[in-house]
Design a protein around this ligand. Structure first.
Ligand code: NAP
Length: 444
């Protein structure tokens, strides 16, 4: 990989890169099948990603005709890497084994190690014989929607494909590595004004937030909508807040510290709620929710933005869903894509049906949606929310911090890019936008 890195840094042509041999093994963050039961019986909070995520050499798989080898310059931590590294709610080796039954190519994925990671920025090194739109030397970012385009179910909205998967979570050969294998239809042009690490953090979270709010598949935000956003400086929320502002809406951002509230204000979100400072607790005990707390939250929102929210951007799940359904406006939409605090949720159905509210589900994004989001980033309308960066060797620590909500925005991971700040191809555009906006989330 060293020769490949030197060639990329020296600006080698696509032809020169294509002539370099693909190494037989590469450095990757991976889980081991033999560790599957290592946390059995422990509470989630005690399951430590640092113990399960190994960094070391793994064998390079052969390339299918519709795939590319990517030299990964940077990647990022997503919550799915937390889930896989604590083997919750299921071990991801089960996903790989099921996938393996589909075809000869799919069978490559069922190994005793799982290379995880669902984001990447990098340079295409080689393409399979069926790849048309990409060639060696292309600078790209990845999106993680992994579909089988021979299945008819994948040809309306590809997120409805019967065997849709998330790359690097439900497939092997993911992005937290020096090399990755992706389908050609996962690639998008790298935004030229961003560094490798800034470009790497957007794919999964930004595209998910885009589908949840923009376009025809989920909440369909309109100009002027009030949008209530849980975790408004988190991976999803940091993009959701920007999308609401960019689309002419009014965000109400919930966070858990004064520092995060300050990030929101700098983003342009004036209505902020610090859920810890204001002591919101929606459950009296494990079985009983506190309707008075729902009402207090509703009052707070109205006092901030004058009305109930048209849309509630929901992902914490069990701890917040009752409140989310309650505070949403009559006729409004609760859009959900996750349940970090627990997936057996509970809400008072009377507040849903009597006020004609809708709960809409959403999951990642199809290629069009991911591409639309990438264009907004490439034009400088939406910015990366990178707050800190870790070397690949410290991927366990980075996942640990996300597991324990010790981060803001996104944590980047440097793979082949051994230092920060590389990869900017359009410094003029960067100067026009301004470092303060591009690096707004960075820890100082
Ligand atoms: P993240 O970076 O950890 O951000 C989540 C934010 O939610 C945190 O910053 C925290 O903000 C807030 N939060 C956490 N627990 C909470 C609770 N109990 N009550 C209220 N707020 C809480 O994670 P993320 O990347 O945004 O992902 C969030 C969830 O979505 C994860 O479960 C992830 O697996 C899922 N997800 C799903 C998809 C999909 O395609 N379906 C895509 C991406 C992510 P404060 O502490 O500041 O309030």
């Amino acid at each position: 990989m060293q020769a490949i890195l030197e060639a990329i840094r020296a600006g080698a042509s696509g032809e020169d890169l294509a002539a370099l041999p693909i190494p037989e093994s590469y450095r990757a963050a991976h889980l081991r099948r033999s560790d599957e039961a290592m946390f059995e019986g422990m509470p989630s909070k005690d399951k430590d990603p640092r113990k399960a995520l190994h960094v070391g050499e793994v064998a390079t798989p052969v390339l299918a005709p519709d795939e590319v080898y990517l030299a990964v310059m940077a990647s990022s931590i997503n919550f799915n890497t937390v889930w896989s590294s604590i083997f919750e709610p299921l071990s991801t080796f089960g996903f790989l084994d099921r996938m393996a039954r589909e075809s000869e190519w799919a069978a490559r994925h069922a190994l005793d190690h799982h290379v995880v990671g669902s984001d990447a920025s990098g340079v295409v090194l080689a393409v399979g014989s069926a790849v048309r739109n990409w060639r060696p030397g292309d600078k790209v970012v990845a999106h993680c929607n992994y579909i089988d385009d021979q299945d008819p179910s994948a040809h309306d909205d590809s997120m409805l494909a019967a065997n849709q998967r998330i790359w690097g979570f439900e497939t092997n050969f993911g992005g937290l590595a020096d090399l990755a294998v992706l389908k050609a239809n996962q690639l998008m042009p790298k935004p030229a004004h961003l560094t490798w690490e800034e470009a790497a953090v957007n794919g999964l979270c930004a595209s998910t937030s885009y589908r949840m709010l923009v376009g025809r598949n989920a909440a369909r935000m309109k100009q002027g909508d009030r949008v209530f956003i849980w975790g408004a400086t988190g991976g999803l929320g940091g993009y959701a807040t920007q999308l609401v502002l960019n689309g002419g809406g009014i965000p109400v951002g919930v966070v858990s510290s004064p520092d995060k509230a300050e990030i929101l204000r700098r983003l342009g979100c004036e209505a902020t709620i610090d859920r810890v400072a204001e002591g919101f607790a929606f459950w009296k005990d494990e079985h009983t929710q506190d309707e008075a707390e729902w009402r207090r939250l509703g009052k707070t929102v109205r006092s901030l933005v004058g009305d109930d929210p048209d849309i509630v951007f929901e992902h914490p799940g069990r701890s917040t869903m009752g409140a989310s359904v309650f505070v949403c406006k009559r006729g409004g939409t609760i859009v959900t894509c996750a349940a970090t605090s627990g997936y057996m949720i509970e809400y008072d159905n009377r507040h849903l049906w009597m006020k004609l509210k809708r709960i809409v589900s959403s999951h990642f994004a199809n290629y069009q949606e991911a591409w639309g989001m990438n264009e907004l980033i490439s034009r400088g309308a939406i910015h990366p929310i990178l707050s800190a960066c870790f070397p690949l060797e410290e991927v366990g620590e980075a996942a640990y911090q996300v597991h324990h909500n010790m981060h803001e925005g996104k944590l980047g991971v440097l793979c082949l890019a051994s230092e920060r700040g590389l990869g900017i191809d359009d410094p003029e555009m960067r100067a026009r936008i301004g470092e303060d906006r591009i690096r707004l989330f960075e820890r100082t």
